[in-house]
Design a protein around this ligand. Structure first.
Ligand code: ADP
Length: 550
């Protein structure tokens, strides 16, 4: 604070702290009858309301209080998107504890690393993740209390965890009235970890203030545009980046919530979307292929589903077009990162774009959009010189804002920043209106001679071929050029596509030196714990394949 100019006169408004508990109190007070629908691991659908949720969140807060935890202590979760995890989203930070969501899809060593590094004292877990919880119990002596998020009848018959508590018993024994405490809004609220594709995961610690400002910003029309008239289905998991803030934004707006649990297949998603009247959903691109295949095979359509945010990695143009033109669902491209809570930019169109020709609108839609109010951006070259926002010049993107971290957990304050800005690791162009286009992650960009090649762009064009289900472009070491692009492709079922067909398709569409030296057809492409293509694994897999460029 000392860096700021001090005024001799302060405003005379109430200094009320921005606290997460206010979100669930608001939802219960004004939207008590609005439903929260959850698909459980056994496929059954559970439904209750914000009113019910508030009562149970208060029980959970009371039950946690009896464990003797102190304000600021971490309580970890290993959970799907379902109502019990949702209750934890409010009870834990609302009572002054810190919600440490652990991604159960991470490697076992990373899970125990996180629980240990976070110093989690208590772990709540869905039964699907019993094994991961057992590993934490065995290796993290600080984690003293384990709660299985299930009913008494579902408790595991055998487990190596001693004194395992049943969630339903745990909260049933506690009162459903709890006085949500007031504390400073800068108090920590949640601790998420990055996916750790290189090195150990790093802790990203949000505050009540950052989460609340992010929630206010997220519901805005030119952000996620969320209101009480929406039915929101977060497909993005609650164990990664707070499900892009959707649990909190939905409670703020009083929107009905549909939590899809572990079932991400096309049939399960379609049934929830159409059966529950979902209007808005959000997730990474790879998760939507199953849904598109399912509705195509059965010639189904959507009744209420109107818009979706796709981000986390670049949304293929083909996917965007199919949703929009065939199914009437507006795909809104979004970019962010865990370090940004995670919302950064959103591709909503503006009034000034109303009369643009369709081709220009399409070009705009394929960008990752403009910054949400609150996010500042800076474009620099490798030497730190500021670059123009002309939509052509590529550079390194830096950001700042009230929901952007300044350091990783247990690192010195400010240490994640360079001159006050967070380096995103993304290489982008920015146009004069502030729309960014992610060309690549700096570690995935392909450097061929003096030129660089956007792997995202090559993948995007390859995926326009109707027989290509998924494509990933990687740089393979080359003695003369440094690196050359190689394309790895999953063809659509029953498609008969050859390497020459695809090369011929690419030929007219991309620059000559961007042409992949080789194309490998494969059955699977490794995805990381958040559903993104693991390019480093692909590089290892194909590193030995000789490049043929001369
Ligand atoms: P990680 O993927 O490293 O586990 P994040 O989920 O925080 O962690 O990912 C943030 C990164 O994902 C961004 O820095 C960017 O590289 C990539 N990303 C996010 N959204 C998009 C998008 N719409 N298009 C391209 N890349 C994206």
């Amino acid at each position: 604070m000392s860096d700021y100019v001090q005024s001799p006169i302060s405003g005379r408004t109430m200094n009320r702290p921005l606290l997460i508990s206010s979100l669930i109190k608001n939802a219960a007070r004004y939207f008590s009858d609005v439903e929260i629908v959850s698909r459980m691991s056994d496929g059954t659908v559970h439904r209750y309301t914000y009113g019910d949720c508030h009562a149970r969140a208060q029980r959970l807060a009371n039950a946690l209080a009896q464990l003797g935890l102190s304000i600021g202590d971490r309580v970890a979760t290993l959970g799907w998107n379902n109502y019990r995890h949702f209750e934890a989203y409010f009870a834990i930070p609302g009572s002054g504890l810190v919600l440490n969501t652990i991604n159960p899809r991470l490697h076992a060593d990373q899970i125990t690393y996180i629980a240990d590094h976070a110093e989690a004292k208590c772990v709540l877990f869905d039964l699907s993740f019993l094994e991961q919880a057992e590993a934490i119990a065995a290796q993290c002596p600080g984690a003293a209390t384990f709660v299985a998020m299930c009913a008494a009848s579902e408790m595991p018959e055998r487990t190596s965890i001693s004194n395992l508590i049943c969630y339903e018993d745990f909260i049933a024994a506690a009162s459903d009235t709890y006085g949500w405490p007031e504390f400073d809004e800068t108090a920590a609220s949640a601790l998420c970890y990055t996916s750790g594709t290189t090195g150990n995961p790093k802790g990203v610690l949000y505050s009540h203030r950052s989460t609340m400002i992010h929630s206010y910003a997220e519901v805005m029309p030119d952000a996620f545009n969320i209101s009480s008239r929406d039915v929101i289905m977060p497909v993005v998991p609650m164990y990664h980046s707070n499900a892009w803030g959707l649990p909190y934004a939905s409670a703020l707006a009083g929107a009905k919530l549909v939590l899809p649990g572990p079932m991400m297949d096309g049939k399960s998603l379609y049934e929830l979307i159409d059966g529950e009247g979902v209007t808005f959903s959000a997730g990474v691109p790879t998760v939507w292929n199953g849904l598109l295949d399912y509705i195509k095979a059965r010639e189904l359509s959507f009744t209420t589903f109107k818009r979706m945010n796709i981000g986390g990695s670049a949304c293929p143009t083909a996917m965007m077009n199919t949703f929009r033109h065939t199914h009437g669902v507006d795909v809104i491209h979004a970019w962010g990162m865990t370090e940004m809570s995670p919302m950064g930019t959103i591709c909503t169109l503006q009034g000034r774009h109303a009369d643009l020709p369709e081709a220009d609108i399409q070009t705009l839609r394929e960008t990752q959009g403009h910054p949400v109010f609150g996010v500042d951006m800076l474009l620099l070259d490798d030497q730190g010189v500021e670059l123009p926002w002309d939509g052509k010049t590529t550079g390194n993107l830096f950001v700042k804002g009230p929901w952007v971290i300044d350091s990783y957990f247990k690192h010195p304050v400010g240490s994640a920043l360079e001159d006050g800005w967070l380096p995103t690791g993304d290489v982008v162009t920015i146009n004069s209106q502030g729309y960014i286009k992610i060309m690549d992650r700096s570690k995935d960009i392909i450097k061929s001679g003096d030129e660089w090649i956007s792997s995202i762009e090559v993948e995007n064009i390859a995926q326009l071929h109707e027989d290509v289900h998924q494509a990933a472009c990687i740089g393979i070491p080359h003695p003369k050029w440094g690196e050359r692009p190689v394309l790895v492709v999953i063809a659509r079922a029953e498609a008969e596509i050859s390497k020459d067909d695809l090369l011929a398709f690419l030929e007219d569409r991309i620059a000559k030196w961007w042409m992949p030296d080789d194309i490998h057809f494969v059955d699977t492409i490794d995805l990381g714990p958040t559903g993104k293509v693991l390019k480093n694994k692909l590089r290892d897999r194909f590193a030995k394949v000789e490049s043929t460029a001369t």
